[in-house]
Structure formats: C-alpha cells, structure tokens
Ligand binder design. Structure first.
Ligand code: TK8
Length: 339
C-alpha cells in the first residue's frame, strides 16, 4: 500500500492524489504501509519475529514506513498469501518453503527427510550460496525473497497410538503440507497422507477427518493441538524453513535506501526469530507433557529403518529438482560437518 500523506479521503490515490487541502500539501511526503500476514499466532516465534521486523522498520524509517501485522492466517493460508503478494494486494508474508514448491520447485530440496542434523546446519545452507540461489528464482514470479527464518524440526502427533517404529505408520491418516515430497514420504512409510492448508488442520484433527499431523513443537503448543491429539512422537523427521517474501511490485517502488532498511530488518528480525524458535522448541516439550500429551522417542535403529524406506523418494525428487543442486547441497553439508 502506498498512501499519500496529503491524501485525506482520497488517500489511496497515491502520491499524485488530488489532496492539497491540508498542511502537508506540496511536501510530497509519501507514507508507505506494509501489510504483513502470517499463518501462525502472535505468541509463536514467527509472530514475535514479525513484530521485531515491524519495530526495526518503523524505527529506522522514523515511522515513514508502517508495518501492519496480521496473524493466524487471518489473510489466508501460506499459498493464498503468496498469491496475494504476486498480485500486489499484500506486501509481506513468511510462509513455510514447502507449499512454495508450486512456484519454485527447488525449494523442495529442503523437504528431504533427515537432511539437516541441527538448526545451525540449516542456517549455513540457507544463508549460503544454495539458499540464496533458490531465492533468486523468485523475482520472475513477482516475489522477492529477503531471508530465511526458522519453522523448525517437525514431530508427529496423532490420537491412535505412539509411533515408535516403522510399522506404527501403517494406515495412519496424516495431514501433510501441500508438498509432494512430504506426501510421497508418508506414503512410502505406509501412512495415509492428506495434503491440507495449515488453517484447516485444527478442525480436521478435532473432527477426526485425519488421525494426526506433524509440525514443530512450538506450533503444536501455540495452536493447541494437544487439546485434540494424545500422542507426540519425537520423529524430528524434517526441518522446515520459512522464507521471508515481499511483493516485487511493491519492492520495485521503494528507494534503494528503503530496500536496504527492509532487507536488513528482515535479516535482523530473522536472527532474533531463530533464537526464539530454538528456545521455544526446548521449552515446548515440558509444556506439552504438562498438557497431558504422551511423548515417546524413536530409537536410532528405527530411525535408520525409516530413512531406508524414504531414500527412494529422495532419489526420485533429486532427479526432479536437479542432480547438480542436490550434489552441491550434500557436498556443502559434508564440509560443514567436517568443521
Ligand atoms: C503456517 C505454516 C505452518 C506449517 C504447516 O502458515 O503448514 O504445517 O508448518 O507453520 O507455514
């Protein structure tokens, strides 16, 4: 949104608006408003990160750029908000990279199960040449990717039984994100996966349309899934990044100085957000146990069996996303692990 400060009732006409009826007329002071929407709640690390972004941008621009925040999928789910950015009707969203594969398929490499061993490994890849190369594919879709934030390692909840071994996946109806790697991986494990927008998950769990879902602990807590799910299995089967996106049509109207402020704010807020996310991941387990969830770990041997069943899915999608890219990813991971 770009509002002329002198606009009065016709403010949305923009900087050339008719205005002229108040004291600011003639100063051509352009006030910009960034509408920013996310899927998670304000109390979630992603919500707190977005508030940090707002604080930095408003402070550094002396209030010339205002950020209006919308949480809990009020403006739609990840895919809908991303489409709104493309259309130029929303300025910022911070979706999981997984439902973005319809726009840039290469984001799918981050959906490979058991790819990262820690958040720090993910940071190194996402902030390094591979993560950046994928963000560079966004502008041709009228999107600009400014940084990666953390959704985190995903764990499985359901209301049938603890999932402690490979066979326990058999027949479980699991909601997945709208992402074919996730879908195929759960199918390979013998589960019965259903892709669904995040905003519909609680109702689907409550109404028992599905038996379970998987998300990082902070989300299981913030979205109160413990109210409708009995079992929490610590699968940590995949790490999901968030991508901080801004509408390209809005971005192109900014001055270089404004672009720098916004880019740096998204990175700085992202650092803060990643820290909060890691703290929340540790603290949420206690809280979920107190809420009565029955928590189980998986043995290394079972995780190994699960990995073997999933490997053909990773092979298949490595071809689709590009062998070179996946080789480069594995090479860089090997280097990080040597350090
Ligand atoms: C929130 C989503 C969510 C994701 C999912 O908009 O869909 O399960 O993990 O956090 O991005």
């Amino acid at each position: 949104l770009i509002l002329a400060a002198c606009g009065g009732a016709n403010g949305s006409d923009g900087a050339t608006g008719a205005g002229g009826n108040d004291a600011t007329a003639g100063q051509a002071a352009t006030q910009r408003v960034i509408k920013a929407g996310i899927g998670l709640n304000e109390d979630h690390p992603e919500g707190q990160g977005l508030l940090k972004f707002k604080e930095i941008v408003e402070q550094k621009t002396g209030g010339k750029i205002k950020v209006e925040t919308y949480f809990a999928a009020q403006l739609g789910d990840d895919q809908q908000m991303t489409e709104a950015l493309k259309a130029g009707t929303l300025e910022v969203t911070v979706p999981s990279t997984s439902p973005l594969v319809g726009t840039v398929k290469e984001f799918g490499i981050f959906d490979f199960p058991f790819l990262f061993n820690s958040g720090e490994e993910a940071d190194a890849i996402l902030d390094g040449p591979i993560g950046q190369k994928i963000l560079e594919k966004l502008p041709e879709h009228n999107l600009v990717g400014l940084s990666y934030w953390e959704n985190g390692f995903r764990n499985l909840t359901n209301n049938q039984h603890p999932v402690a071994k490979l066979e326990d996946f058999q027949g479980l109806k699991i909601r997945t994100m709208q992402n074919e790697v996730h879908l195929d991986a759960f199918q390979a494990l013998g589960a019965n996966p259903t892709p669904m927008a995040f905003s519909e998950v609680f109702t689907a769990l409550e109404g028992k349309t599905v038996d379970g879902q998987e998300n990082p602990l902070a989300t299981i807590l913030s979205n109160k899934y413990y109210e409708v799910q009995d079992y929490l299995s610590m699968t940590r089967h995949v790490y999901t990044p968030f991508a901080f996106l801004i509408s390209k049509s809005f971005w192109d109207q900014l001055t270089p100085e404004e672009q720098t402020i916004i880019r740096e704010a998204s990175i700085e807020a992202g650092k803060y957000q990643r820290e909060l996310s890691r703290k929340a991941d540790q603290e949420a387990l206690d809280a979920l146990t107190k809420e009565g969830m029955k928590v189980n770990e998986l043995s290394d041997a079972e995780k190994e069996r699960i990995k073997q069943v999933i490997q053909p899915v990773i092979d298949k999608y490595s071809e689709q996303f590009g062998r070179d890219l996946v080789d480069q990813l594995n090479q860089q991971l090997a280097e990080i692990r040597k350090q």
